[in-house]
Design a protein around this ligand. Structure first.
Ligand code: ZN
Length: 203
C-alpha cells in the first residue's frame, strides 16, 4: 500500500466533501492531528475507522486502499480476480483432502486385509480367535470405505456432462452409484438425465 498516495487521496476526497481536517476529525471522534498524519502519509487510518471514513468521504474501501477512484469496470475486475483466487484456494484444499483420503483408505485396507488373511490362517487352530480377527478386519474395511465415500461426497462437486451444472448430490446417491474412477453414475437434479458425473474440486 502506498501510504503517501492514500494520504493525498484522503485529502482530496475530504475537500470534495467540503470538510476541514477538524470537521472530519470531529465526525470520526478523533483528533485533527490524526487526520493530518494520514494526509501527509505518515500514518494509515485504523482498520476500525475505515468503513466510517469511507462513508464520510463517499468512496469504497477498495478505493481507499488503492488511493484512487476506481471505475465500475476496475471494481468488477478486482472482484473477479478475488473470486478466481478463492476458487483456486478451494480447489487446492479439496485436492489435498482427496489425496489424503486415498492414502488413508489404501493403508487401512492393506492392514485390514492382513488381519483377514491372518484370521483365516489362525482359524485352523484357534477358530474363535481367527473368526474374531476376520470379522474385525472386514468391519474395518467396510467402515473405512464408508468414511472414504463420505469424504469424497463432502469434498468438491459433481458435474453433469449433459447440462454442465455442478452440484452436491445426496450421500445416498453417492453410496448407491456405480463409479468409474472419480466419476459416479447418477441422475442430474437439474436436467434429470442419468450419466457418469465427474468429480470437480470447485464450483
Ligand atoms: Zn444435468
Amino acid at each position: 500500500m502506498n501510504q503517501e498516495k492514500i494520504g493525498k487521496f484522503i485529502a482530496s476526497c475530504r475537500k470534495e466533501q467540503g470538510f476541514t481536517q477538524t470537521v472530519l476529525a470531529e465526525k470520526l471522534g478523533i483528533t485533527d492531528r490524526a487526520v493530518s498524519k494520514w494526509e501527509t502519509g505518515r500514518n494509515l487510518p485504523d482498520a476500525a475507522i475505515m468503513p466510517e471514513l469511507c462513508g464520510l468521504l463517499n468512496i469504497q474501501l477498495s478505493e481507499l486502499f488503492r488511493g484512487e477512484r476506481m471505475t465500475t469496470e476496475a471494481h468488477q475486475k478486482a472482484f473477479d480476480a478475488l473470486l478466481l483466487e478463492m476458487k483456486q484456494q478451494e480447489e487446492a484444499a479439496n485436492r489435498r483432502i482427496l489425496q489424503l483420503e486415498k492414502v488413508l483408505v489404501c493403508m487401512t485396507i492393506a492392514v485390514s486385509l492382513t488381519m483377514i488373511l491372518g484370521g483365516c490362517y489362525l482359524a485352523k487352530d484357534h477358530l474363535a480367535l481367527g473368526i474374531a480377527l476376520l470379522t474385525f478386519g472386514a468391519a474395518v474395511v467396510f467402515a473405512v470405505c464408508f468414511v472414504g465415500v463420505k469424504i469424497e461426497h463432502d469434498t468438491g462437486y459433481y458435474e453433469c456432462p449433459e447440462c454442465g451444472e455442478r452440484y452436491i448430490p445426496t450421500m445416498k446417491a453417492v453410496v448407491m452409484a456405480l463409479h468409474r474412477g472419480t466419476a459416479r453414475k447418477m441422475t442430474c437434479p437439474f436436467c434429470g438425465k442419468c450419466a457418469y458425473h465427474q468429480k470437480v474440486l470447485a464450483r
